[in-house]
Design a protein around this ligand. Structure first.
Ligand code: ZN
Length: 406
């Protein structure tokens, strides 16, 4: 069973009447074969049309491999006999703009760079062609884009037909069809001739702008992403809005944005360096003050400090500064989601900080922790400032007891 494809002769036809000849079920959808249709089935890089038949939404359209019939996949039931179909014109026209745009751009790459198109992909998010070479320089990409747009501005006629046998032999096609026998040809006047079953605009002016947005090497091929017509306009609009936002946020003209960003990044790096130096200085000062306020234990000195929500690495540095003083024991706690308890001492203090730490951690009911005789650390649980101070008291008691024994 073959379906008469109305879009072959009139891609602008959006409504049609037909006879439903066959109704079935597949993958939870109703399948329908009509004697004729406007619906384009997914093929040749172009996605299917959407729309409705007798008001029932058409989800997908494919070619049935066994007999070449166009299979409509519907969301609900329809009956055999006369039907009315309607396609979504906005989607179809977007496909027409991009498919004709693709032919023009592919022909431009062939003419200017002898780069043949070996792949074509169209989806709602992106439209790409694959060229049979790994790279092209920026000047060549722009030259192809210029030539393609010149063909658009010249508003050349685009014609599609099924050539007769004798005519077929004489055609100099850019793309030779992969099917034997009868095939359809699409011509952009005096510019491109290509075997194609897709839907095309009648004049190149309808394509609108053809804009390459990216060219990316994929192994031996170059994948060129481009936008045409309505999509190119929306893309331009979005990018213009983005540049305006950036321009306003940076209080500079669009052309100066890159230079301003480089300057900001450099300033930021310098500030980070300065900030690190100042923080280190502040930490030393803070450690000095904490040490002065420490408690004398004979010839030794005990310093305790608890902090809430402070970076554990910074608290660790503080403890290291404190025990740089001979004879000092430092007990520090960082309360918070992953609280840390630190017990540290100078090299000349004859106490085991792991034992001191364990006594402190016992107050939290935490067992994760350990280290060296002069530096031990543990914690990891969520601990309040009050409980952090309680752990410090327990650890301090341990220090005092061990001092009494030694
Ligand atoms: Zn095509």
């Amino acid at each position: 069973m073959t379906t008469q494809r109305l879009y072959y002769t009139d891609p602008y036809l959006t409504e049609f009447t037909a006879q439903a000849l066959e109704i079935g079920r597949s993958e939870g959808l109703t399948t329908a074969v009509l004697d004729r249709t406007c619906f384009y089935p997914t093929s040749g890089g172009q996605p299917h049309d959407t729309g409705a038949i007798n008001g029932v939404p058409v989800r997908e359209v494919i070619v049935r491999e066994s007999d070449g019939a166009v299979l409509h996949m519907l969301d609900g039931e329809i009956a055999l006999g006369p039907v009315t179909g309607r396609i979504d014109w906005a989607r179809r026209f977007d496909h027409m703009q991009h498919h004709t745009g693709q032919h023009v751009l592919s022909a431009a790459f062939e003419r200017l760079a002898e780069a043949d198109t070996v792949g074509f992909h169209m989806s709602p998010d992106s439209v790409t062609i694959d060229l049979n070479r790994p790279t092209l320089d920026q000047a060549t990409l722009e030259a192809a884009e210029d030539l393609a747009n010149q063909v658009v501005f010249e508003n050349r006629p685009v014609r599609a037909w099924f050539p007769a046998d004798e005519e077929r032999q004489a055609l100099n096609l850019r793309k030779v069809p992969d099917v034997e026998g009868r095939f359809r040809v699409v011509a952009v006047e005096d510019f491109d001739l290509c075997a194609c079953g897709g839907t095309h605009v009648a004049h190149t002016g309808e394509i609108g702008l053809i804009k390459i947005v990216r060219a990316e090497r994929r192994g031996d091929i170059l994948r060129v992403e481009f936008r045409c017509g309505g999509r190119a306009l929306r893309d331009y609009r979005a990018k213009n809005a983005l540049l305006q936002q950036l321009s306003a946020a940076l209080t500079t003209g669009m052309a100066d944005i890159p230079a301003v960003l480089v300057k900001l990044r450099e300033e930021n790096k310098a500030l980070q360096r300065e900030l690190r130096a100042l923080r280190a200085l502040a930490l030393e000062r803070e450690a000095e003050q904490l040490w002065q306020a420490g408690q004398s234990l004979g010839t030794f000195r005990l310093v305790q400090a608890a902090f809430d929500g402070r970076d554990a690495a910074e608290v660790r540095q503080l403890a290291q500064h404190l025990v740089a003083h001979p004879g000092t024991v430092a007990l520090c706690a960082a309360a918070g989601d992953k609280a840390q308890l630190i017990a540290a001492c100078a090299a000349d203090v004859p106490l085991d900080m792991v034992t001191v730490l364990k006594r402190g951690l016992a107050a939290w009911g935490v067992e994760r922790g350990g280290g060296q005789p002069t530096f031990a650390q543990g914690g990891g649980a969520a601990i309040s400032l009050e409980r952090a101070q309680a752990a410090l008291r327990a650890a301090a008691e341990a220090v005092q007891q061990m001092m009494g024994q030694s």
